[in-house]
Design a protein around this ligand. Structure first.
Ligand code: ADP
Ligand code: ZN
Length: 729
């Protein structure tokens, strides 16, 4: 029996997941309870999940205190996670209940661990294979020997229960009673990995030594694409596991996890726990419990895995640390990279930030000596970095509504003629970004957003990329009613596919764009098919820039290298530099040398020149100097405040009044800019206005921000969101 911190009937404070914003007082239940215990707390007529947070602040009349319901059969929340939720909440200006919700995102956490009926692959193939049956088999095969409940299986396969039962009757699918929440298979850190190159070995040794200290530290692992960063950080994982501690690997994209799981299996003999939006509800519950109990040594996941209740977390790897998808853009606005560093510092863990093109923030932290830095300057084995060249579009003879220059066409023809693959990169989903009326000049926009509708020809519809609204492509102009005058303007990947088909009628073309895949699984299958040579020409959005490995790919053609340089965003240069070098890095990952061609109208632009020259350190130094001179991150603090409401004027007035009452900000040396229309001035019918607050590095910005916004009463339909370290500014 464990010693209770609070005897039965004692006053306790319980943090619940309900948005009341504070810790509520209760009485300890029968048998008492401990700090960190997960409990069921009665709240009005309901019972909600809570955590015993402290002795209670006495604000409640003792006579009215209710006892909490039962203590859930879960390991109590550790001090480290509690401290993390508090600190991360303070940093992002998020209430504690909202932080607790992030940390308990698994259904039925308190349910007893009874057994349940599940389905897994049996033996043989069905006598008669139908589409529905094939989908059931696919869904089960995707589980790699794992099992699904009937509800999960029918949903994943899109079939009725009778299809599954039919397969059970034939023995093709097995129906079994399985205990819930079983531990994950053991990962063996002593299994030998690949023989490492000298450079890899040195980096691995340093990372192992860092992990072996058992103390906090952060290392930037900077290696060109294909240098074997994954091999190297798996050594750090091995070291961590060998000390009996847990490890977490964060990846920016679910589609990448499949390949990573295979590599973990090869390296450690079993697959790790997974935590991302594609994981079933029952599996989430299992992962959560096993992470808490120590039955999961390694978790690979998306950013929210940071909030799992690790028993003893010793290592966090953030792969592709520069990736913008680490920044959560709705709900709690946090950057998983930065929060990972915070959590590691609270639980004496090491952090490895891996990237070929680090964020300026991470680069600067390494320069300043706050992070260690390890470099892998060469590709593994015989692979060479691709040569990069500009195609000066001013000198190319290209008809309007065509985007592949003769020079690029020639290069593609040569590569596919040699049995290799070419990738054409265009960061624009759909067919055409604009649909314009040739009679009156009207551009078709979204009814609810300040955005143009994008034609998606495969869907036969216009789609708003802000709110997802769709409408059919009209015959007549909605403004002047002229018939047959609407025309697509500008290229998207679907339109590029048309042009490719004209130039290369015999080539096999694959379009990789997130909207063209119904599921992560379908996308993964396509990526595998391409890797095995199932396409000659790949057309892709930024989806392909991330760590996929296409051994036959030797040419990357960037359709519009200038695209990201437009607009006023201070991060545009950094983003373009990272994206272009990542995309180029897809070429020549195996024995055959690669080449990247960038179509540009401004080859003398400093960012384009930096991309081509490969002088990364020079680029970062110049960027850093500019940011420092402007007092911008990472040399100063920045917060974006987005105010929105159905009517434009009240939002603007509220923002203007806040800007006037800047006393609390000036008190900490901060200044406010704006109000100005937000980069997208209307989304889903709400008008949006932005204020930017800039403060010196050492300023206590967050408390000043809360004092500042609390000065004004918020009208009920006005929403105010504070974004610390905004992605664009
Ligand atoms: P990065 O993450 O830096 O892009 P990867 O770790 O994915 O690089 O390695 C690139 C390719 O080289 C992968 O196919 C990987 O299996 C292979 N590779 C890297 N290091 C080794 C090694 N030491 N032995 C064998 N293959 C390796
Ligand atoms: Zn819209």
């Amino acid at each position: 029996m464990r010693q209770a911190d609070f005897a039965q009937g004692a006053r306790i404070g319980v943090l619940t997941t309900q948005p009341l914003g504070r810790v509520l007082d209760y009485r300890a239940p029968e048998g008492g309870c401990c700090l960190g215990d997960y409990v069921e707390a009665p709240l009005g007529p309901r019972r909600v999940l809570g955590v015993v947070w402290g002795p209670g602040d006495g604000a409640f009349d003792a006579a009215r205190l209710r006892p909490v319901g039962r203590v859930l059969d879960l390991p109590p929340m550790r001090d480290e996670l509690r401290a993390f939720l508090i600190r991360a909440g303070d940093y992002t200006l998020t209430s504690l209940p909202a932080m607790l919700r992030l940390a308990t995102r698994a259904p039925g956490l308190g349910d007893p661990p009874a057994s349940r009926r599940v389905y897994r692959r049996g033996h043989g193939e069905p006598e008669r294979m139908t589409d529905a049956r094939a989908r059931v088999m696919d869904a089960l095969d995707a589980m790699g020997g794992g099992a699904l409940t009937l509800a999960e299986l029918t949903q994943a396969a899109g079939v009725s229960a009778s299809v599954v039962k039919g397969l059970v009757a034939q023995g093709i699918v097995a129906e079994v009673e399985a205990p819930r929440d079983t531990p994950f298979p053991h990962l063996d850190p002593a299994l030998p990995g690949h023989a490492l190159s000298a450079g890899q070995q040195e980096a691995a040794t340093r990372l192992r030594a860092a992990v072996a200290t058992g103390a906090y530290g952060t290392t930037l692992l900077k290696g060109v694409t294909g240098s074997g960063k994954t091999e190297v950080y798996l050594e750090a994982v091995a070291e961590c596991l060998s000390h009996g501690r847990q490890a977490l690997v964060l990846l920016p994209e679910i589609a990448l996890t499949a390949g990573f799981l295979t590599r973990v299996q090869e390296r450690f003999g079993a697959r790790p726990g997974e935590w991302h939006s594609g994981v079933t509800q029952t599996e989430r519950r299992r992962v959560w419990r096993m992470v808490a109990e120590g039955g999961a040594q390694l978790v690979v996941g998306a950013r929210s895995a940071l909030f799992l209740p690790f028993r003893d977390l010793g290592l966090i790897v953030v792969d592709e640390e520069h990736d913008t998808s680490y920044k959560q853009e709705d709900g709690v606005l946090y950057n998983a990279r930065d929060m990972g560093v915070l959590r590691a510092s609270l639980c004496s863990a090491q952090v490895v930030l891996a990237s070929a093109t680090p964020s300026l923030e991470t680069w600067a932290n390494a320069e300043a000596g706050k992070y260690a830095r390890l470099d892998l300057p060469a590709r593994f084995g015989a692979a060479e970095l691709p040569e990069m060249q500009a195609i000066d579009m001013r000198a190319e003879d290209l008809p309007s509504n065509r985007w592949i220059s003769p020079t690029l066409q020639g290069a593609v023809a040569a590569r596919i003629g040699a049995g290799e693959q070419a990738l054409l990169f265009l960061n624009r989903r759909g067919y055409a970004p604009v649909t314009i009326c040739r009679a009156c000049g009207h551009q078709i926009g979204c009814d609810d957003c300040d955005a143009r509708m994008v034609e998606h020809r495969f869907l036969g519809r216009l789609v708003c990329h802000q709110c997802g609204a769709e409408k059919p492509i009209p015959q007549a102009c909605p403004s002047c009613k002229a018939e047959g005058k609407l025309a697509p303007v500008g290229p998207g990947v679907e339109r590029l596919a048309e042009e490719v088909a004209e130039h290369f009628p015999d080539a096999r073309v694959a379009v990789l764009s997130s909207d063209l895949f119904a599921s992560a699984r379908a996308l993964k299958a396509q990526i595998e098919a391409i890797a095995e040579g199932g396409a000659d020409i790949i057309i892709g959005t930024q989806l392909v820039a991330k760590g996929h490995n296409f051994p036959l790919l030797t040419l990357v053609g960037v359709i519009d290298a200038d695209l990201g340089l437009q607009g006023s965003d201070l991060r545009a240069a950094e983003r373009t530099f990272q994206l272009m070098r990542q995309v180029a890095g897809r070429a020549g990952r195996a024995e055959r040398p690669g080449m990247a061609l960038l179509q540009t109208f401004q080859p003398e632009h400093p960012v384009i020149r930096a991309i081509l020259s490969g002088d990364e350190e020079g680029f970062w130094r110049a960027e850093a100097a500019e940011r420092e001179a402007a007092g911008m991150p990472p040399y100063g603090k920045l917060a974006g405040i987005i105010l929105s409401a159905p009517e434009a004027q009240p939002v603007f007035d509220h923002a203007a009044e806040l800007a006037r009452r800047d006393g609390p900000l000036r008190a900490v040396g901060a200044v406010v800019f704006g109000p100005a229309p937000a980069p997208i001035a209307r989304i889903r019918g709400r008008h949006r206005v932005r204020l930017l607050v800039k403060a010196p590095k050492g300023a206590a910005l967050q408390p000043a921000l809360s004092r500042w916004v609390r000065q004004l009463r918020q009208p009920p339909n006005l929403r105010l969101v504070i974004d610390i370290d905004p992605q664009s500014f």
